[in-house]
Ligand binder design. Structure first.
Ligand code: 5RP
Length: 219
């Protein structure tokens, strides 16, 4: 199976986690695109969706779903999103699609994070995928030096600004053996808006696309 077929399979499998008529949290990326398409194809009605990016908002609206502001809901039952890496405890690296800040905001509202990922995203230790960090521009050099002290090489992602109009550093060379601790550490650094470690907001369920079928992993 191709990676796109695996993404389509987990996108379709995630539809079962959506309560018809509920307000749903929706992530960002190609796997989420497959999920949105599958949700619409299955005709699942929603009271609304809280979206983590302009791209997902447009796709949801094209399918006729209404998108509501996060401030209008106190909590969400389910948030469905992809990941760049996921470890054996449901900790993730996210932000390959530059939507990490809004993704963390929407995930924070949700009681259950359902991660949809093909098997290439499953790792023992996070860090092979460069860690995205959304930052305030004046802190670039300072943060690059800080990451260097942690053994990471931080480079600005070229020609990319987030939906919040901010740049992203991609940090290579980290071996993230304690994701909650590193997330808490980086969150303290002035100039960091959001670090793409999702440990505090880890997945409770991962629908993992494998050539043998979709596996359900619970953490
Ligand atoms: C966007 C993300 C995505 O969930 C992550 O990059 C995975 O994307 P894809 O489903 O396209 O592989 O975190 O910021």
């Amino acid at each position: 199976m191709t990676q796109d077929e695996l993404k389509a399979a987990v996108g379709a499998a995630a539809v079962a986690y959506v309560r018809p008529g509920s307000v749903l949290g929706v992530g960002t990326g190609s796997t989420v695109n497959a999920f949105i398409d599958a949700l619409a194809a299955a005709g699942v009605p929603l009271a609304g969706a809280v979206s983590s990016s302009e791209a997902s908002t447009q796709r949801l609206r094209r399918h006729g779903y209404s998108v509501v502001e996060p401030g209008t809901v106190e909590s969400l039952g389910v948030y469905v999103d992809g990941a760049d890496e996921i470890d054996g405890a449901g900790h993730m690296i996210k932000g390959g699609g530059a939507a990490l800040t809004r993704e963390k905001i929407v995930a924070d509202l949700a009681q259950q994070f359902v991660c949809i990922a093909d098997i290439s995203k499953q790792v023992d230790v996070l860090g092979r995928f460069p860690l995205p960090v959304e930052i305030i521009p004046m802190a670039v050099a300072q943060l690059q030096r800080r990451f260097a002290r942690f053994g990471g090489q931080a480079e600005l992602r070229p020609q990319v600004l987030t939906d919040n109009g901010l740049p992203i550093l991609d940090v290579r060379g980290l071996r993230i053996t304690d994701p909650p601790a590193l997330e808490a550490e980086i969150n303290q650094w002035p100039g960091v808006v959001t670090v793409g470690i999702f440990a505090r907001h880890r997945a409770q369920v991962c629908l993992l696309g494998t050539p043998q079928g979709v596996q359900t992993l619970r953490y």
